[in-house]
Design a protein. Structure first.
Length: 216
């Protein structure tokens, strides 16, 4: 299930994430969505936590100081989780956006064509054992040539974990469509856990895998 909110200004949490993955515009030559399956780094342990902050990146070779060609972790802590812990949608790894007491977010910057419409697709599940629905917000941010946000669209999703297990995650395909603003230099997509299941339930939240963005 999803809801859509369109707004020109972003909130504090989103602003922190945008600042953490800020980059120069105008670079070229990198395909849309690097490591959409979260297969990098290839773990030799069941899972690994990454604490977010300025210039915290994973999942590929970034253009230095940017989230082009990789993922940035804006705030909170994520877990990269292997198939030995739970079954990913594809490949061998997925990510959990609720590792610890604070919800987390990841973002990637894309070289897009101004005025072009795109479809974002990803697969959503929940941390096994979650006692209630988990919630996720996805954002599409239009960025100008100075690195400033022109506008941001928000898409809200939820997932019911009832009946699902680590071997039967119930992965659900989610999509949304948006357009690169005619005045934009690039687009930034990011995914943020908005789950708050109460005291003692901080480690339960949304899990995502197999992110892709394609022009329509």
């Amino acid at each position: 299930m999803r809801a859509i909110v369109r707004f020109a200004a972003i909130g504090v949490a989103a602003a922190a994430l945008m600042a953490a993955v800020s980059m120069p515009a105008g670079a070229a030559g990198i395909k849309l969505v690097a490591d959409g399956g979260f297969e990098k780094p290839k773990l030799k342990v069941p899972q690994e936590s990454i604490v977010g902050g300025p210039n915290v990146f994973f999942g590929g070779k970034c253009i230095p100081g940017t989230a082009h060609g990789c993922w940035g972790v804006g705030f909170g802590t994520i877990d990269i989780v292997t198939k030995s812990v739970w079954k990913p949608k594809a490949g061998k790894q997925s990510i959990d956006l609720n590792s610890g007491a604070e919800s987390a977010s990841v973002a990637q910057s894309l070289f897009t064509t101004a005025g072009q419409e795109y479809r974002v697709t990803f697969w959503l599940a929940a941390t096994p054992g979650a006692p209630d629905n988990v919630n996720l917000a996805a954002f599409w941010g239009n960025i100008d040539g100075h690195g400033e946000t022109i506008s941001t669209d928000r898409f809200d999703f939820d997932f019911n974990p009832s009946g699902h297990t680590s071997t039967s995650m119930g992965w659900t395909k989610e999509t949304f469509v948006d357009t690169a603003d005619p005045t934009s230099a690039e687009v930034r997509i990011y995914f943020q856990s908005t789950s708050d299941l109460g005291a003692g339930e901080d480690d339960f939240g949304p899990v995502i895998d197999a992110v892709s963005v394609k022009p329509i």
